[in-house]
Design a protein around this ligand. Sequence first.
Ligand code: FES
Ligand SMILES: [Fe+2]
Length: 360
Amino acid sequence: MAVSQDYKMGQFDFPRGWFMIAEASELGTTPKSLRFFGKDFALYRGQSGKLVLLDAHCLHMGAHLASGKATYIVKANQQLEGDSIRCPYHGWRYDSTGRVDDIPNFDGPCPKNAKLNSYPVVEALGAIMMWHDPEGGEPDYPPPTLPEWDDQRWINGVYDHLGILPIHPQEILDNMSDSNHFGPTHGVPPEYFSNAWDGHIYQQTQGGFRQEYNAYLRTYTWYTGPGLLISRQWIGPERSCELIFHTPVENGTVQVWNNVAMKAVNEPPTAEDHQKQLAFQQLVLDAFAQDFDIWTHKAPALTIAALPSERNFVLGRTWYRQFYNPRADAHDYHAKIQGEHLLPHLAQPPAEGYLRDHLG
Ligand code: FES
Ligand SMILES: [Fe+2]
């Protein structure tokens, strides 16, 4: 297993950014135990509805705030009080900022510096997302928005949980600039292809004939930060949005989710439209499985034997490294890659109006 240091990512083992950590529907009234970025977390929805994410291990004697099911306080559903949570071992209570604000059988004031780390956490696109920052800073960009997700004429899918892949997320990011894999891996050799980089956004525009379906496939795909990919896709008459979210678990492994929203034929959508969305999500998943198949068995590409026409690999890797290094240095990475990078052999412009209609 190759880790961040093997890829020479930079100063940090894990990147800065917004990351999916759970599906919103997975979080009921009990706290959920999570592990990402080589750390354990406790996630819960406070009684006001506020989402709270804290380091998992109690400052008293290290009990996990969210992993047990057997203790009395958990079974009696007494762990949450307002937006605070009690440790299931001796009942220390933590507020939503992670500060200890009540200790049972103790009259003195709570220790001043008894505070767990708490993390910015939001619900968006049916997912719960956290802000991870090795430097402990506040978010410097918002999570992605997708108007289609809130549009009644669209049907949102349910997340496919694709499990934990034993690869570094760099290998997934490489897909964004990989014009030459579309033919052999997916059966859609691109007729045009470009990447563009703008701060924390990494874009790909491409299109080609999908042989399997006898239809033209156009995609506009973008990362918002290092772990959240959205792809608008047009294949024949169908319009869809694919969401591929991935989050490091340990240094060198990554958890992956996939989802597809699809525009319904009817308004409001009928049962038939819902069936069609399900079948379409499976088709999209099958295409993603083609990448998965490669990633699962490949050796780490610590360096890429890139052809002259594949220089976007290098630019994409430069973009990604901004998140593994101090925020103060991000502009140095931007300066190296900012702008659109066409591939000379795939540079013919897309059909008229395509960029105007679909990049907004
Ligand atoms: S270990 Fe959490 S209260 Fe004692
Ligand atoms: Fe791919």
